[in-house]
Design a protein around this ligand. Structure first.
Ligand SMILES: [Zn+2]
Length: 578
């Protein structure tokens, strides 16, 4: 850490952020009017601190769960509908069928039946048609969309524990547009707890009928989006983007009042020290994360797309920091080019070595299609040994506390010590991202990641598809990148040119590694494999003879997109060295 970093981090205090955590612990923030109330409260705090804030008021599309139940005969079970289930107050009744699910994949966003179900026989679609499916885990969008496609009329997700978790079941990212609408869920989905789920599985075994009732409030809602802009003193146009969701399930302390508090304290401290910032730092708090599948961040990405394309150097997602027992950083989400930067901030603040994880197609990563280098979302988490010792199942937030997405995510889930550490980690990485003369990214590491991905796909494809053109194009880029970084070190590549090139590389290399849809659209919310356009090559040998030709056609088109992207990236690097 340099002197300035030490001085700025030394100004971090828990007074303001912990007060917000305590206030939000008493304020449910999932109904649209309560989310706006939470924003008003935050805006009041920022005002008292003298930090200017802009409040946007877009209309975004939300689905708020009001009520759900499952009945079999005259027996009734408690249930919660995930956001975006259809509303069937009159109920839907059908024969129950139990599909045992792979316990390792209950959190996953995959749509691959072989990964989801223990018995993924070819007759699965005909078995579920017209029935209500009981499955293990969470009502994930990938699974629900698959079951809907197969003709299931309802889904009951049996959560792993005693509590019922809220969630969402749509694959549509943000407010739907006309092209997205066909993917809007058309079936009733609910979650039940484990003991009730076991009884329901018995009823399914006995061939009984079940009934699902759901009541949802769905439509366009005016939601407030507060944004703080801390202007950089030197390169004001360019900005580092720090953001996280303000809406939560119930009072959502660990997910995400602690994140809101982290961003509040960073806004306060950076505003105070704005004269020492090179680039600008922009901080946003979202509505519509839980009930709109990231509709707040998606709206912002759409509304300011041109600004992001021209000026955003990084997006940093702040979700579930500062939670009880979360002293490990072994599952820190980061894109490969920012990995070293992120790990250095974690080590410098906490003394702990972190471990990077590829970001899921989830959280408020609504900027992948524009092509923004990204890190965090989840940061600190419980050590695996502690999780095992407590008998906790895996969840997607709250630092691994299973209070995640339940009524139990209350004040005790937040931890002052962890919050202090996490605020400093977020602050230090944001500060360096704004102040480093040369953006702290290593695109050589990304190229290396790509090489590994291509090798894996080629091995799986065997002789069925040749990825040599992709490999050759990547090799050329890797060589150019070696010269580029050598040029930066030697001073033959100017710093402004190096920074512009690094930002432009993001616009090409992030979409090619994380998206299938074009830029300025949004990919669906299920797993996107690395270098998705090349992934088809790996599947060719496994395809039935009759469809192999289609698979090869897809792989050929995907390879074309990849090769063109590598050439574009090479041009960007060449221009910087000219
Ligand atoms: Zn969250």
């Amino acid at each position: 850490m340099n002197d300035l970093e030490r001085k700025i981090l030394g100004d971090v205090s828990l007074d303001v952020p912990w007060a917000l955590v305590e206030d939000y612990a008493k304020m449910p923030r999932w109904r649209p009017e309560d989310v706006n109330g939470g924003v008003d409260h935050l805006v009041g705090v920022l005002g008292r601190l003298g930090v200017p804030v802009t409040v946007h008021e877009p209309e975004i599309y939300l689905s708020i769960p009001l009520h759900a139940a499952v009945t079999v005969g005259n027996q009734s079970f408690r249930a919660k509908p995930p956001s975006m289930s259809i509303s069937v107050p009159q109920g839907v009744e059908a024969e129950l069928i139990h599909l045992p699910t792979n316990p390792k994949n209950i959190r996953s966003y995959t749509r691959n039946p072989a990964e989801i179900f223990l018995d993924a026989g070819a007759d699965l679609p005909s078995r579920v048609k017209g029935r209500i499916v009981i499955m293990g885990g969470f009502a994930n969008p990938g699974t629900c969309s698959l079951l809907e496609e197969w003709g299931a009329v309802g889904v009951i997700a049996v959560n792993p524990g005693i509590d019922i978790h809220w969630g969402t079941c749509t694959t549509i990212w943000g407010s739907p547009d006309l092209d997205d609408l066909p993917r809007k869920p058309k079936i009733a989905v609910v979650a039940v707890n484990n003991p009730d789920g076991k009884q329901l599985i018995e009823h399914a075994g006995a061939g009984k009928k079940g009934r699902i009732v759901t009541e949802m409030q769905e439509g366009w809602f005016k939601q407030k989006v507060p944004v703080v802009d801390v202007p950089g003193a030197a390169d004001k146009e360019k900005f580092v983007f720090l953001h996280g969701h303000l809406d939560s399930w119930d009072v959502g302390v660990g997910d995400n009042a602690t994140g809101d508090a982290t961003m509040l304290e960073i806004a306060r401290v950076l505003w105070k020290h704005r004269a020492s910032l090179k680039r600008s730092v922009r901080i946003a708090w979202w509505p519509g994360h839980s009930t709109g599948r990231y509709a707040g961040s998606t709206w912002y990405a759409d509304a300011f797309a041109d600004d992001f394309d021209a000026n955003c150097v990084a997006q940093i997602d702040c979700d579930s920091p500062g939670c009880r027992w979360a002293t490990s950083y072994h599952q820190t989400t980061t894109m490969t080019e920012t990995e070293a930067h992120v790990m250095r901030a974690i080590k410098d603040v906490s003394g702990v070595d972190g471990k990077a994880k590829r970001p899921n197609q989830a959280g408020d990563y609504s900027f992948n299609n524009i092509g923004i280098s990204s890190y965090f979302m989840l940061s600190s988490t419980m050590p695996d040994e502690l999780r095992a010792e407590k008998g906790y199942y895996a969840v997607s937030g709250c630092g691994g506390n299973i209070a995640w997405h339940t009524e139990n995510d209350t004040l005790e889930i937040a931890d002052k010590g962890t919050l202090m550490t996490d605020i400093k980690i977020y602050l230090l990485s944001t500060l360096r991202n704004a102040n480093d003369d040369v953006l702290p990214y290593d695109w050589r590491a990304t190229a290396k990641e790509f090489a590994g991905t291509i090798a894996t796909y080629q091995k799986a494809a065997g002789g069925a598809f040749d990825l040599t053109p992709a490999k050759d194009a990547l090799d050329k880029l890797a060589t150019a990148l070696d010269r580029f970084y050598a040029g930066i070190a030697a001073g033959t590549v100017s710093k402004p040119a190096a920074n512009e090139a690094q930002m432009r590389l993001g616009r090409v290399l992030v979409p090619i590694n994380f998206t299938r849809e074009p830029r300025f659209r949004h990919d669906p919310a299920f797993t996107c494999p690395p270098l998705p356009t090349l992934a088809a090559a790996a599947e060719v040998p496994g395809l039935p003879e009759a469809t192999r030709g289609f698979g090869k056609t897809q792989a050929m088109r995907g390879q074309n997109r990849f090769v063109a992207a590598m050439r574009e990236a090479q041009r960007i690097v060449a221009q910087a060295m000219a």
